[in-house]
Design a protein around this ligand. Sequence first.
Ligand SMILES: [Zn+2]
Length: 205
Amino acid sequence: MVLARVARCAHPLIARRAAQSARVFVFCCSGWTVAALTDVVMAQPDAQAAPSALPALVDYRWLHAHPELSGQERETSRYLERRLRSLGARVQRVGGHGLLATLTGAAAPNGPTVMYRVDMDALPIHERTGVPYASRKPGVMHACGHDLHMAIGLEVVRRLSTTRRTWSGTLMFVAQPAEETGEGAYEILADPTWARALGAVSKPT
Ligand SMILES: [Zn+2]
């Protein structure tokens, strides 16, 4: 996953920084991630179809239609925050437009902490796909898959939220701005909110 992302970044400095930041974060590859991906991708061939009852598809299409460049993810951040709060997560701003959301399982008082990170920014590319949910911003497009990453991440949180009585531990969901420039990860690391959140993580018992 990281290698695929880095391979799309032509600039060697960006690739190196992406690799450095990737070491900081823990990726979660669960069955639910695959299921959430399936929800989004399987519905894609019929671009004219209504989003129906698939929340991940609704999220994906909104995010795809509203791309924002690195460091300018204001609307994206607001959208994610609203969705995360509606799912019962505690949300904090971190690293500019970044977000740190936590969701705790209710099956037992203690448990492991798992971090799941998505990226938020789009690219300076003009979209010519013609799909109904194409970018509404000339010259800006989610062409690197960050819209898909965010939609899948929200779906993972949604599924964990609806089943929180069955699991224990804490999910730390991180939305990272400015991935394409490599700066967002550093902004998050420099934010005292981030240090406080990590310091509060208790060891699993
Ligand atoms: Zn990217």
